[in-house]
Each structure stands twice: as structure tokens, then as C-alpha cells.
Design a protein around this ligand. Structure first.
Ligand code: 2DT
Ligand code: MG
Length: 212
């Protein structure tokens, strides 16, 4: 493989609304990086496998109701419980590709009406991604990709509010927008280029904390 002693891995997050193609692109990217012999791991938030993640899953499947603040804090806790493992992996040279992160946390809760400032606080101090790739797809294109599912939040008017929140949260110092409207392979080529650049650029940089 291409493991170089002492170099850390990069933390790369893909964000976007439902049906933007995030999950497909995360898998394709990780598959390609693995083929190249790189140390890489795919993670996603919410991580529905932990006890906190199972509570989130029940909420998303609408089998339980929770106060908006409570579920917001559960989503944040679900990231905090992964921080030790993620830090160790990054320091040992593993690149982590993450499907959604704290930006989804703030965007979805703020779209429900909670204050952006309140929403950010629980995630302050998480690992800061080296790069956020924000995948955009027009509502028309998203609609062509088929019906929304039956989970909470999977409605067009709500997704538009979420998209506006993402645009508000976007920090040009480490975010890049990627059009998700091309073919899977065209979008992949762009994401692969940006991800490999990020891996190279981050090797010697310190790990930073989010929103500090
Ligand atoms: P998936 O469809 O990607 O499994 O997401 N969400 C996600 C939040 O409301 N807050 C968060 O912190 C995160 C990470 C987005 C399930 C839904 O959960 C929303 C869609
Ligand atoms: Mg979903």
C-alpha cells in the first residue's frame, strides 16, 4: 500500500440534501481510494448502529416523537461518541470519508425553527473537516430521481429550507460546491480530484476543532 509513516489521514465530509447523490458518491470514492491501496474508511452520520443511533433511527422512521432540542442533542452526541476513534484513525494515517456531519445537524434543526446559534453549540470542538464537498442538485433534478422516502424530513418544501440553511452555513475557506447533476461518473471524477488534493494538502497540517 501507500501508507507513509507519520503522515495523518484527511477528514473529508460530503454534505447535501436528500437525493443529491451523497451516499452513492461516498461509496464510489472510498472504493477507488481502497483500490489504489490507500488507508481509507467510510463513515456516516447518523450512525444508526449505536444505542443513541437507534433512538435517532426510531425518530427518523417516525415511530417515536421527540422534542426538537432533544433530537438535535442526540445527533450531536452521536458524533461525539465517534470522536476518539476518528482522531486515532486520522493520526494513524487513515483518511475518513464522512456522509453528513454537523452541518446537516444545524441545517435540519434550524430549518425546523431552532436558532442557528443554539444549534451550533453542541458541535463546537468536534474534529474540523479538512474539506466539505457540498453536492448540489436542483429540486427538479432531485424529483427526477424518484419519490422521496417515508422518513421524517423527506418532503420538497422542507428540503428547500434545508438547502437554504446549508448555503448560509457554507464557509468558503474549506467548502467546495460540486454540481451533482452530471452522470455518476462525471460527478465522481470531480469529487475524486478534490479529495486526492485534500489528502495531499492535509498530510502535514494539524487537526483542528470545529467552530472554535
Ligand atoms: P440519512 O438519510 O443520511 O441517513 O440522514 N440529520 C442528519 C439531522 O437532522 N441531523 C444530523 O445531525 C444528521 C447527521 C438528515 C437521515 C436524516 O437525518 C438528518 C436526514
Ligand atoms: Mg435519508
Amino acid at each position: 500500500g501507500c501508507v507513509k509513516a507519520g503522515l495523518r489521514g484527511a477528514l473529508i465530509v460530503l454534505e447535501g440534501c436528500d437525493r443529491s447523490g451523497k451516499s452513492t458518491q461516498c461509496s464510489k470514492l472510498v472504493e477507488r481510494l481502497v483500490q489504489e491501496g490507500r488507508q481509507v474508511l467510510l463513515m456516516r452520520f447518523p450512525d444508526r448502529t449505536t444505542p443513541i443511533g437507534q433512538m435517532i433511527d426510531s425518530y427518523l422512521q417516525q415511530t417515536v416523537e421527540l422534542d426538537d432540542h432533544v433530537v438535535h442533542l442526540l445527533f450531536s452526541s452521536n458524533r461525539w461518541e465517534a470522536m476518539r476513534k476518528m482522531t486515532e484513525l486520522l493520526q494513524s494515517g487513515t483518511t475518513i470519508i464522512v456522509d453528513r456531519y454537523a452541518y446537516s445537524g444545524v441545517a435540519y434543526s434550524a430549518a425546523k425553527g431552532l436558532s442557528v446559534d443554539w444549534c451550533r453549540q453542541p458541535d463546537v470542538g468536534l474534529l474540523k473537516p479538512d474539506k466539505v464537498l457540498y453536492i448540489t442538485v436542483s429540486p427538479e433534478k432531485a424529483a427526477e430521481r424518484g419519490q422521496f422516502g417515508t422518513e421524517r424530513y423527506e418532503k420538497l418544501d422542507f428540503q428547500q429550507k434545508v438547502n437554504n440553511m446549508f448555503l448560509y452555513l457554507k464557509d468558503p475557506s474549506y467548502w467546495q460546491t460540486v454540481s451533482g447533476e452530471g452522470s455518476i461518473d462525471v460527478v465522481h471524477a470531480e469529487i475524486y480530484k478534490l479529495a486526492t488534493q485534500t489528502i495531499k494538502e492535509s498530510e502535514h497540517l494539524p487537526l483542528l476543532k470545529l467552530w472554535t
